[in-house]
Design a protein around this ligand. Structure first.
Ligand code: SIN
Length: 288
């Protein structure tokens, strides 16, 4: 069966990154040429916002899978029933119990950088949006690398840093109902890993800083105080306003970002307003 090509536009944002796709319907399979256009836009703009997607979780999973195998989040408590590939990101409590991970993205991070194979990309679908708040910020780590002073570039290139899921877990657990105690099986899934401080994007060949305030705990091979100061300097530089795009969600947006090129942050939602999002993550390569 031949799949018809759709008539859609890709409009870059006037920002450090990002583009919106208007007129594309992801509830039907994409033709090869449409898929290639989207793939290219994702590499060029790092965040692609598909407007007005009335898709089911199964359709989100199907589209996400075209980019690679999907990853299952360690917090299996927040899987969408019947769809373990979907992590529910939500601040909603039902009968006092969280229906999803309410503080996902509370600190700047790249998804699953604490795994040997971090996420290539993530897709977040807006199911229910608050009347105010709930924005997501993205920082361009290629731009962060390119604008780093040359002496600092020389200093960090070739260094490796530890990434740990548990780095700020206790801190998050102390302030919210969304962080259950982890079982020994869950802890075994998130052993610390070493990642390059500067990675090369496997598809574009562009360099990017690859450290985050959420998961990066130390740079290996240098004294601890030096490592702390270096990471603080790199974090502060990475998220300077000129590197950042702030996404204000519209109903039914599906946002697809490139974790190999970006950090992201959830700005937060007022407690009395509901926000429900479905996230899929695609496995990437071993960073180099
Ligand atoms: C995330 O970090 O995946 C969640 C981002 C958001 O909820 O805006």
């Amino acid at each position: 069966m031949t799949i018809a090509t759709q008539d859609f536009e890709i409009r870059p944002f006037d920002a450090a990154l990002g583009a919106e796709v208007v007129g594309l319907d992801l509830s039907t399979p994409l033709s090869t040429s449409d898929f290639q256009r989207i793939h290219r836009a994702h590499l060029d703009h790092h965040v692609v916002v598909f407007r007005d997607q009335r898709i089911t979780p199964a359709q989100q999973i199907g589209f996400s899978r075209r980019f690679g195998p999907l990853q299952i989040h360690v917090l299996d408590q927040f899987q969408l029933p019947g769809h373990p590939e979907v992590l529910v990101v939500s601040n909603v409590l039902e009968a006092g119990k969280p229906i999803g991970l309410g503080d996902a993205g509370r600190f700047w991070h790249s998804d699953l950088s604490y795994k040997e194979k971090p996420s290539l990309g993530s897709l977040l679908h807006a199911r229910e949006l608050p009347a105010e708040g709930g924005d997501t910020l993205f920082a361009n780590m290629h731009a962060a690398w390119a604008s780093l002073p040359v002496d600092l570039q020389r200093k960090v290139e070739g260094l490796r840093a530890e990434h740990t899921y548990l780095a700020r877990y206790a801190e998050l657990q102390a302030r919210s109902p969304w962080r259950p105690n982890l079982t020994p099986e869950q802890i075994a899934q998130v052993r610390p890993v070493l990642q390059p401080v500067v990675r090369t994007h496997p598809e574009t060949g562009r360099k990017a800083l690859f450290v985050s305030e959420h998961f990066t705990t130390r740079v290996v091979g240098i004294p601890e105080d030096e490592s702390r100061a270096l990471l603080a300097e790199l974090f502060a530089h990475s998220v300077k306003p000129q590197h950042v795009y702030r996404h204000q969600w519209q109903p039914h947006d599906l946002v697809f970002w490139d974790n190999r090129a970006l950090l992201h942050l959830a700005a937060g939602t007022p407690d009395h307003l509901r926000r429900v999002m479905y996230r899929t993550t695609i496995e990437g390569d071993v960073p180099a």
